[in-house]
Structures are given as structure tokens and as C-alpha cells.
Design a protein around this ligand. Structure first.
Ligand code: PNS
Length: 170
């Protein structure tokens, strides 16, 4: 079966990778689909996010990266995806994920499977990583090397430019 792990991955964290790796054990193939149509203010460009995801999943057999425009269910239909996989950290995730899974099922009949994330990463979110990174904190325990290196380079560039420069790369 072919599964999909959709998200913004801005940036990919150990929490995402935990869910992707576990999905890769459950399914023959996993597409990690980067959504491009969110109204979010991204820290990293699409190209950077794809590069970081590609590096971080390089040792995971059966995993490939995809780019998604428009509706997730249309992408799933075009790519022959059988099931959507989402990670759940805590109850707050559940409410929104259930709503999306119900809409996706109503639109196309596709099923969503929710995997509880490892407790080790339950406190992580890309939003918090971006916040800590912008303010000069060390996030290397929470993200793969491919991400940590880029964040350090960004922080060094900001230091050279003077000040926290929190808006420089948003
Ligand atoms: O990491 P994120 O930002 O929570 O990922 C959100 C994403 C990309 C999974 C979600 O926005 C999505 O599925 N976008 C595709 C557009 C779509 O189908 N929206 C309706 C969902 S019910």
C-alpha cells in the first residue's frame, strides 16, 4: 500500500521523522508531501524544505518527497495514494486532524490513519522550532543535522548583520 505524510515541514523535526519512519514500516511506500498552498509565513523556501526532507529521509527505504499544490485528496488520486498518515502529539491535534480526515473522506473516500507520536517528541512543533531558531537558540537536539546546519548558518548570518534580525528570513 502507498501512504502519504503531508505537511508544511517548515522545518522538518525529529517528531515528523518519527512518524515518517513508522509509516515506512507499515506501508510499502511513503510519499512525504510538502504542501505549498498554505497561508503560512514560511521560514524556509520550498526548495530548502525539500532539500532538508530529502537529506533527512535518505536512509529510509520506500520514502520519497513530493510537492503538493491544491487539495490533498486530488494529489492522492493522481499519485495512487491509498491512505493518509498523520501524527498526533496531544488532544489538541486530534480535534483538527479529525475534522480534516472527515472532510478528506467525504471528498474522496480516502482513509486517514493517526499515529500517536513518540512521547519523546510530543513537545515539538515547527512553530516552536522557528521561534527558538529566530531568537538565536540551539535547536540541534530537536531537528535532523540537515536542518540544524541551515539554522546555524542563518543565525550566524544574522549575527554578522547585527541584532537578532528576526524578520530577515521570515
Ligand atoms: O504541517 P501542516 O502545516 O499542518 O500541514 C498542513 C497540510 C499541508 C497537511 C494541510 O494544509 C493540507 O492538507 N493541505 C492541502 C490542502 C487541502 O487539501 N486542504 C483541505 C484539508 S481538509
Amino acid at each position: 500500500m502507498r501512504a502519504i505524510c503531508p505537511g508544511s515541514f517548515d522545518p522538518v523535526t525529529h517528531g515528523h521523522l518519527d512518524v515518517i519512519a513508522r509509516a515506512a514500516h507499515l506501508f510499502d511506500e511513503v510519499i512525504v508531501a510538502l504542501g505549498r498552498n498554505s497561508s503560512k509565513n514560511y521560514l524556509f523556501t520550498v526548495e530548502e524544505r525539500v532539500a532538508m526532507l530529502t537529506e533527512a529521509t535518505a536512509d529510509m527505504p520506500g520514502v520519497r518527497i513530493g510537492l503538493m499544490d491544491g487539495l490533498l485528496v486530488d494529489y492522492c488520486r493522481n499519485e495512487g495514494v491509498d491512505v493518509i498518515v498523520k501524527g498526533l502529539r496531544f488532544a489538541g491535534d486530534f480535534e483538527f486532524e479529525v475534522q480534516m480526515s472527515q472532510m478528506n473522506h467525504a471528498l474522496s473516500g480516502i482513509e486517514t490513519i493517526m499515529l500517536p507520536t513518540s512521547a519523546r517528541w510530543a513537545h515539538l512543533s515547527s512553530t516552536i522550532i522557528r521561534e527558538v531558531a529566530k531568537l538565536g537558540g540551539d535547536v540541534s537536539d530537536f531537528v535532523p543535522d540537515a536542518v540544524a546546519e541551515r539554522i546555524r548558518a542563518m543565525q550566524r548570518a544574522r549575527e554578522r548583520a547585527g541584532g537578532s534580525g528576526a524578520d530577515a528570513a521570515s
